[in-house]
Ligand binder design. Structure first.
Ligand code: BTN
Length: 252
């Protein structure tokens, strides 16, 4: 497969001057690589694509498995100075879903779903951007299944992009997604989660469904608030879930 890296760069650099786009045949994890670079003082905006990750990481310390040609794995890094970081993964997920297909839905806080199966996930990490700065270097890692993959070891069955976008390969997905993602980061930095709220709500997998949180809380999901917190109606009353350490599953 040929990667449309030049086109990705051309369509994104106007939004983010100084951006570079880079492809690596193999790396442990694109997020880990950008974290190493940031800690070494390299804070320039970059999109780093890996054909193969040997130690891909998901949220909550989970591994992220991917196969060359059957997956899209990349990270975007840039200095970001939002007023609040709440809701960033929701804004990123929304930008990706909108760039790919109307039927892709979002499962708070960082998953892309097709039907009841997981199409992909987002892992956001940040590094210091200097001693005096409120800003941080944001590393936004995106993993998407492009072709079918084995379900063993996964808590949610896998979906794949070609279910909803027949013929779309990883390169075409990258070209669709990166300019949208870069634009969403700009908007999030300037305006926060607010402008993304209503469009997120239209794709919210959990809204109106019984859910169980990893801390044992059970209730009915009621959408997200203006900050991107998950609202859950429990027997003890309404709860706003903000912790990124909590995982949530439909319980119906
Ligand atoms: C999740 O669903 O828990 C998040 C998965 C994020 C995977 C992507 S693949 C590119 C980037 N590099 C990583 O090691 N992880 C993210």
């Amino acid at each position: 497969m040929t990667w449309p890296l030049e086109a990705v760069w051309e369509q994104s650099v106007a939004l983010l001057p100084g951006l570079t786009a880079e492809l690596l045949p193999e790396i442990d994890s694109t997020n880990s690589e950008l974290m190493r670079r940031a800690r070494a003082g390299q804070l320039d905006p970059v999109v780093l694509v890996a054909e193969q990750q040997t130690a891909g990481r998901g949220r909550l310390g989970r591994p992220w498995q991917s196969e060359p040609g059957a997956s899209l794995t990349f990270s975007a890094g840039r200095v970001l100075e939002p007023r609040s970081w709440w809701g960033l993964s929701l804004a990123v997920g929304l930008a990706i879903a909108e760039a790919l297909h109307p039927s892709i839905r979002l499962k708070w806080p960082n998953d892309l779903w097709v039907g009841e199966a997981k199409l992909g996930g987002i892992l956001i990490e940040t590094a210091s951007a200097g001693p005096d700065s409120q800003a941080r270097y944001a590393i936004v890692g995106v993993g998407l299944n492009v072709l079918p993959r084995p379900a063993h070891g996964l808590s949610t069955p896998p979906a794949f992009l070609q279910q909803v976008c027949p013929g779309m390969d990883a390169g075409a997905a990258l070209l669709a997604v990166v300019p949208a993602l870069v634009g969403a980061l700009q908007r999030f930095e300037a305006e926060g989660f607010g402008p993304f709220h209503d469009a997120f709500a239209r794709r919210d997998v959990l809204a109106g469904r019984p859910v169980r949180l990893s801390d044992g809380t059970e209730g009915v999901a009621q959408g997200v608030d203006g900050q991107g917190a998950l609202l859950v109606h429990t027997a003890a009353g309404p709860v706003a879930v903000t912790s990124s350490e909590v995982s949530v599953r439909p319980a119906d």
